[in-house]
Design a protein around this ligand. Structure first.
Ligand code: ADP
Ligand code: MG
Length: 313
């Protein structure tokens, strides 16, 4: 019998403090705690691939760019993505290797700087909508808008830069991820959804100024690696219906078709639970055996269909 293969997508709470703080120590301790749960899954004999978000980390790099622009040249968003894949990736590797060693089940863990191909004709490029970085007062935002960036008015909180969030089309480094898996290494891949790149007519790749949704890329990664299960680990135990009302109902085991209906009916907030539900439904609709949305402490049980929102065909 072949091993069960699980892609685990880690959300912000696996990488930042409870209040969202992203100081290096906060990131390290959040990841250390998260890796205890992942180690339980790996030590139990499951083949695991990890992926993760990077919103707060990229936000911090963008602020550094702004503040230091007169001293060091600002770097583009694709570079920020690659940098955060590296820092989060090696921190995960340290934490997970040590959690596995403590369980008497040592395994190497390795992070792949991962590029994700996007379509230059993706409609997202025509209407940048994903906010990144910090809020600024109007006049300061105007200074950056004059340099060609898109900024949007968020009312009382101020202005924020908005960038396109295109669909991931192909995970270009998937063969390296597969080779690591086959060599018994636990790969960390496609952090932040991958570094978005486009291919020009001559075949050359170029980084683009966009951000990818890590849940969407996680679903694609799980498909491409023929994983049985996709686990989206976040800061709530499951998805709920009528979220934020007094009629909230947790969703346990559910079919992809029924969950798609609730998605269309608007039960899941855009930009938070929406992309997770969409990723879960898409993975199962494309032949995945099971997708699970649950908390970090539900990663091992959820993979077995015993915790969280469990989506099956
Ligand atoms: P992550 O950083 O893990 O990607 P997000 O903050 O983007 O997490 O999404 C998780 C959040 O989605 C939850 O903390 C919750 O506040 C919010 N949310 C929105 N709609 C729902 C829903 N229907 N059920 C559960 N959580 C929801
Ligand atoms: Mg979050």
């Amino acid at each position: 019998m072949s091993l069960s293969r699980v892609v685990v997508a880690l959300g912000g709470n696996a990488m930042t403090g409870p209040d969202g703080s992203a100081r290096p120590d906060d990131q390290r301790s959040a990841l250390t705690a998260a890796m205890e749960h992942v180690a339980d899954l790996v030590a139990g004999g499951t083949e695991v691939v990890l992926t993760h978000g990077n919103g707060p980390q990229v936000g911090n790099l963008l602020v550094k760019n702004e503040l230091a622009a007169d001293v060091v040249p600002p770097v583009t968003l694709d570079w920020c993505g690659a940098q955060t894949q590296a820092t989060i990736g090696f921190t995960i590797a340290d934490a997970l290797e040590s959690a596995l060693a403590r369980r008497g089940r040592p395994r190497p863990v390795s992070a792949v700087v991962t590029r994700t191909l996007v379509d230059p004709a993706d409609p997202a490029f025509d209407r940048p909508a994903k906010p990144v970085g910090r809020y600024l007062p109007g006049p300061e935002a105007a200074r950056f808008a004059a340099l060609g960036q898109d900024w949007a008015d968020f009312g009382a909180r101020g202005w924020r830069r908005v960038v396109p969030s295109p669909q991931p089309c192909e995970i270009l480094d998937a063969p390296a991820v597969r080779a690591l898996l086959e060599a018994g290494v636990v790969p960390v891949a496609a952090g932040g959804g991958g570094v978005p790149v486009v291919r020009d007519a001559s075949g050359t790749l170029h980084g683009v100024q966009a951000v990818l949704d890590k849940d969407r890329t996680a679903a694609l990664l799980a498909c491409v690696l023929s994983a049985d299960t996709l686990v989206v680990a976040t800061d709530v135990a499951c998805a709920v219906l009528d979220y934020g009302t007094d009629r909230e109902r947790p969703i346990g085991r559910i079919s992809a078709a029924e969950l798609r209906g609730y998605l269309a009916a608007g039960h899941f907030a855009e930009g938070s639970m929406g992309p997770k539900v969409e990723a879960a439904v898409r993975f199962v609709e494309s032949g995945g055996r099971r997708a699970v949305i649950t908390g970090l402490d539900g990663v091992a049980a959820g993979s077995a269909g015993q915790a969280g929102t469990v989506v099956e065909p």
